[in-house]
Design a protein around this ligand. Sequence first.
Ligand SMILES: Nc1ncnc2c1ncn2[C@@H]1O[C@H](COP(=O)(O)OP(=O)(O)OP(=O)(O)O)[C@@H](O)[C@H]1O
Length: 358
Amino acid sequence: MVDTAVFRLEGVTKRYGDLVALNNATLEVGANEYLSFLGPSGSGKTTLLRVIAGFEAPESGRVHFEGRDITNVPAHERGIGFVFQNFALFPHLTVIQNVGFGLTHGKSGLSAAEVERRAVEMIELVGLSGMEGRGVDQISGGQRQRVALARTLAMKPKLVLLDEPLGALDANLRSRMRNELRAIRERLGVTFLHVTGSETEALAMGDRVVVLDRGTIIQTGTPGEVYDRPASPDVAHFLNRFNLFDGQLAKGSFTGAFGTAPAPRATRADRDVYAVRYDRVKVLPVSAKPEGPALKATFIASEYLGSSIMNFFDAGHGHPIEMEHHLSLGAPDIYEPRQDYLLTWNPEQAIVFGREAV
Ligand SMILES: Nc1ncnc2c1ncn2[C@@H]1O[C@H](COP(=O)(O)OP(=O)(O)OP(=O)(O)O)[C@@H](O)[C@H]1O
């Protein structure tokens, strides 16, 4: 529950024919909150935003915004801003004309001078000062993305929906835009709902992360909560931070390819899965005799990720076992390709799911 809910979904279901794109979704969002939506392709993220924006009518459930039931209010009367991936700017207009468009042609009641002042202010906010007079076909893709954002923010919405707005940008620009979105949120007091296919972006940006799977919200929590306590094997899988092992949970122990390890605090799930975060894995010589879990694996390769190194091992599972070394912890060990090692971890740090858990 959020104390000052600015926005609420109550049991919203949306079907396309036989397909349930959104299944009984319930969600509260506080004023000035930043919510990230994470889920695999087809999980219903865009549908959720389209229902909120008013482009799709749900079969059942209610949508509330600023204390009002807006379920039957047309999109253009909702006062909700959105920036979708395929944002359409007007190619024959300049940057400032695009940003001011909704104010000039809508019901803002602002004079031409006031429209210009607000458009200039928004252009500055998204870091495009000096480009007011350029045609939008004379600026880069990333800059066009900012124009689309400025155009939405110029309408001063209290709620802004972002559907993969950073997807088309290169890594550098994406990280700059993330910082700018944060700064804009602080300055304007806007609530953002941000759909992203990137777990890194979802965890980095959101005050809370909402995880969707096959139309159902399967977890809502702070990035720390979702990261430390994924609610199901599927959430652990989407986060892309865990090695997952099949096996069997019985009497508080889990038996898998690594042997048998204590699992006293397992979470109930419809299958038995053992999850170990990439940065919890330790690499020992193959001759070592660790007390805990032990998995013999062949080193394949490593990948430099900037602040960490990801090492890939083959334990004959069909998918690699990953071990992440944060460079802040010191220089990485060097492993020999095609050599065998023993992988282990502290079983207390594993996350275990199973049918016998309560
Ligand atoms: N207009 C439509 N008609 C029929 N089915 C649709 C329509 N729009 C979406 N769907 C289906 O609804 C489900 C949810 O789609 P949605 O676009 O919400 O997923 P998503 O999580 O946003 O996916 P992605 O990350 O790939 O954009 C999918 O199975 C999709 O094929």
